[in-house]
Structures are given as structure tokens and as C-alpha cells.
Design a protein around this ligand. Structure first.
Ligand code: PMP
Length: 425
């Protein structure tokens, strides 16, 4: 067996520095909310591969569906010869996605690829080129999605000029002094100063900022965005790559607001770790571009489609949305205890199980303390827990454990977080 140390030496020699994880434990196998590394150490997983494993590592039903698919067909390229999984999945995603009117679907491989294609579709549908995104937003690492990210370091700074048709507005984060009204004023200013409605193809928003800090936008704000889009014939694209597939206790976070977007992008937790993403949108927009204008060799591969179809069954059979809501309440009550007890813990929040705490100087000053968030995650790693920080200010600790996590394992993990918080004061 190869050890963590041996694998680390190989990584240092052969993996590009920018793509190499600082983590020196190498995952060997996993089940639900636990992972074992190459040396046999067990870790509790509060990251789920960044929100990909809402139904847990290797859900048996998904593993079975993928194995069955492997015995039948692995690849044709769906533009060369289509296969049943793609169209069955398209039908199901159309039925569950709260977009305006009848929804059609395109499948892709990753979140970034979904966003790239959503912009292509919006350009074709409107004949316009610009997009407006938000401070703190995150949409991917391809050339255009990189430009759409509302955080320069580490995503943009090493990579030269960004494509020039991306403009930005403030995301409402009242805790840090940006109210809904401030954010709307900012958006209107962007539309005056940089990208008028006549030139804007899409406004792209995460209903809950993911990488940007787990801040939910209010229903009123999302409704205002919808109205501005309607007034100017702009498409409203909701990026649910992180907030989708049950994380917030509904299938999609936008459902909390009642707003119907034109397009939704989704990826994480769609297929329990198999690489797949989707763009789901109103038919007339999805059909706007010409023949053979969208696609890719591997988009919507048979195995990933089989996994995604199995995931949708698991959602029904195991009441994943209910589990997500219950997990969210458990987390929220524990966070509130921490907020009471520890002076650096504040702005605790959970929309369903999209849950986070913030580490700040103190509850009055609210100065972000990214060093403390990093210390909490480092303590967790040393004590057998995978935990992630995030945020424009880097001071949010986010919780993305499987919603199917066993209660005793959840409590064990939360105790490690509490011990880490205790060690700060
Ligand atoms: N959009 C959002 C909201 C995301 O959270 C992410 C990934 N963190 C992406 C897009 C990009 O997804 P991927 O890494 O699969 O390209």
C-alpha cells in the first residue's frame, strides 16, 4: 500500500503547484460522511467535496446504477448517437426546475461549463454581449467564468486581462454594511456607468453566495432583480451550482423567494460525485442558438446520467429535502450556542443545511478574522474533521456535510469544531 508520505512526494514532483491541494492526506475510501486516508486514518467529512455529496459518499443506489450502466454503454458522444439516460434526465430536470414556462435542458460536465453555456445561450437569445455579476460571486475557473468571479485573488490575479464584457454590482450583505437598497443602487449605477440594459444579456446571481461566504439574498432583492431583468429584456440566470440539489432544504434555493428565473445552472450533488452539470431554461431561450452550437464530447455522459437519475430517486425515497431542513435546524441551534459562548463567533446562519458561522474581532466591531477561520479549519484537520472556510473576507466557516450524516457522527464532528473555537479564546 502507498502511504500519505509517498503520495505527497509524488504530488510535489508531478502535480502543478497551482492545482495541488495543500492537504497531505490522500483519500482512499469513503462511506456516507466518513473518509479513510492512505494511512488508514478516519476523517469525518463536513465538506462533501465542496457540496457535491448531499446524499453522502457512494450512496449504494447510485453505485448500483453506475455499475449497471458500465455493463451496457460508457460513451458514444450524445451528438453522435444519443442514449436514453440523457433524455430521461432532461425530462426530470425540466419537471423539477422552477424556471418560467416550459423548460428545456442542456447537460455539461462541470459548474464552470454550465455557466459558460448559460452565457452563450443568453447572448444568442438576446443578441447582446454583456453580463452583470456580483461582488463575492463565484462561477468557475475557465476564462469567462474566471472573469465573472467577484474575488480577484486567487482566481484572477495571475492570469492577465479578463474578458471585457463582464460587469459587477454589490451583493447585499447587511451584516457587513451592504443593505438590499445599497446593492440595488449599486446595480443601477453599474447599468448607468458600464452596462446599460440595451447591452446586457444576463444578470447572473447566486441566491446564496457559495464561495463568497454563504450569504443568502433576500426574497425582496431577488424579486427586484427579476423586475429589472423584465424591464430591460435581460435574462435572469440563477447559479445554483452550490445552493442547488437540496442544500437549502428545497431543491433549488431560488424557490425560497418564489422568483422564476429564465435559466438555472446546477452541478454539485446532482450525481453524488460523478461529473455532470446542467443548464435548464425557458424553451425559447434554450432553443435560440443554431444547430450544433452547443455541446462537447463528454457532456452528459451515460454513467453520469445514470448516477443523476438514481440521485433523483434517492431524493424522493429518503426525503432528502426534509433531512436537509432538519440538519439545518440542528446546526443553527448549535451555532446559536457558540455565538452566545464565544466572542469571535457571530452572524450564524442556515438556510436549510447551507449553514455557516463567521469569525470576527468582536460582535460590535465585526472585523473579519480570516486567520481565525483558517485556525479553526487547521485544528479540525488535525483532529480528524474535514472543514472548509470561504467568503470574500475569508472568515466564514461553512458546513457542507452530507445531509444523510448519522447523528452520532454529526455530533462528534460538531464537538471538534467547538473544541477548535474554544482553542481560539
Ligand atoms: N458556480 C458556483 C456557485 C460554484 O460554487 C462553483 C464551484 N464552487 C462553480 C460555479 C464552478 O463549478 P466547477 O468547479 O464544477 O467548475
Amino acid at each position: 500500500m502507498t502511504t500519505n508520505a509517498e503520495l505527497q512526494a509524488l504530488k510535489e514532483r508531478y502535480v502543478a503547484a497551482g492545482a495541488a491541494s495543500p492537504n497531505q492526506r490522500f483519500a482512499d475510501h469513503a462511506r456516507n460522511a466518513e473518509v479513510w486516508d492512505a494511512d488508514g486514518n478516519r476523517m469525518i467529512d463536513f465538506a462533501g467535496g465542496i457540496g457535491v455529496l448531499n446524499i453522502g459518499h457512494r450512496h449504494p443506489k447510485v453505485v448500483e446504477a453506475v455499475k449497471a450502466q458500465l455493463d451496457k454503454l460508457m460513451h458514444t458522444c450524445q451528438t453522435v448517437m444519443p442514449y436514453p439516460g440523457y433524455v430521461h434526465l432532461a425530462e426530470k430536470l425540466s419537471q423539477i426546475s422552477p424556471v418560467r414556462g416550459h423548460a428545456k435542458v442542456m447537460l455539461a460536465n462541470s459548474g464552470a461549463e454550465a455557466l459558460e453555456n448559460a452565457v452563450k445561450i443568453a447572448r444568442a437569445a438576446t443578441g447582446r454581449s454583456n453580463v452583470i455579476c456580483f461582488d463575492g460571486g463565484y462561477h468557475g475557473r475557465t476564462m469567462y467564468t474566471m472573469a465573472m468571479n467577484g474575488k480577484a485573488a486567487p482566481y484572477q490575479v495571475d492570469f492577465g486581462p479578463m474578458p471585457g464584457t463582464v460587469f459587477r454590482a454589490p451583493y447585499p450583505v447587511p451584516y457587513h454594511g451592504v443593505s438590499d437598497a445599497d446593492a440595488l443602487r449599486g446595480l443601477k449605477m453599474t447599468m448607468k456607468a458600464d452596462s446599460p440594459g440595451t447591452h446586457t444579456a444576463a444578470i447572473i446571481i447566486e441566491p446564496v453566495l457559495g464561495e463568497g461566504g454563504f450569504y443568502p439574498a433576500s426574497a425582496d432583492f431577488l424579486k427586484a432583480i427579476r423586475e429589472i431583468c423584465d424591464e430591460h429584456g435581460i435574462l435572469m440566470i440563477v447559479d445554483e451550482v452550490q445552493s442547488g440539489f437540496g442544500r437549502t432544504g428545497k431543491m433549488f434555493a431560488i424557490e425560497h423567494s418564489g422568483v422564476e428565473p429564465d435559466l438555472i445552472t446546477m452541478a454539485k450533488s446532482m450525481a453524488d460525485g460523478m461529473p455532470i452539470s446542467a443548464i435548464v431554461g425557458t424553451d425559447k431561450h434554450m432553443d435560440a442558438s443554431g444547430p450544433n452550437s452547443l455541446g462537447g464530447t463528454y457532456t452528459g455522459s451515460p454513467t453520469a446520467c445514470a448516477a443523476a437519475l438514481a440521485v433523483l430517486e434517492v431524493f424522493k425515497e429518503e426525503d432528502i429535502l426534509g433531512q436537509s431542513q432538519r440538519l439545518g435546524s440542528t446546526l443553527k441551534s448549535r451555532f446559536e450556542e457558540w455565538q452566545e459562548k464565544y466572542e469571535h463567533v457571530d452572524n450564524v446562519r442556515a438556510l436549510g443545511s447551507m449553514a455557516a458561522i463567521e469569525l470576527v474581532s468582536d460582535k460590535q466591531g465585526r472585523e473579519p478574522r480570516p486567520d481565525m477561520a483558517a485556525a479553526v479549519c487547521a485544528y479540525a484537520a488535525e483532529h480528524g474533521l474535514i472543514l472548509l472556510s470561504c467568503g470574500l473576507h475569508g472568515n466564514t466557516v461553512r458546513f457542507l456535510m452530507p445531509v444523510t450524516i448519522e447523528d452520532n457522527i454529526l455530533q462528534e464532528g460538531l464537538q471538534i469544531v467547538e473544541d477548535a473555537l474554544k482553542s481560539l479564546s
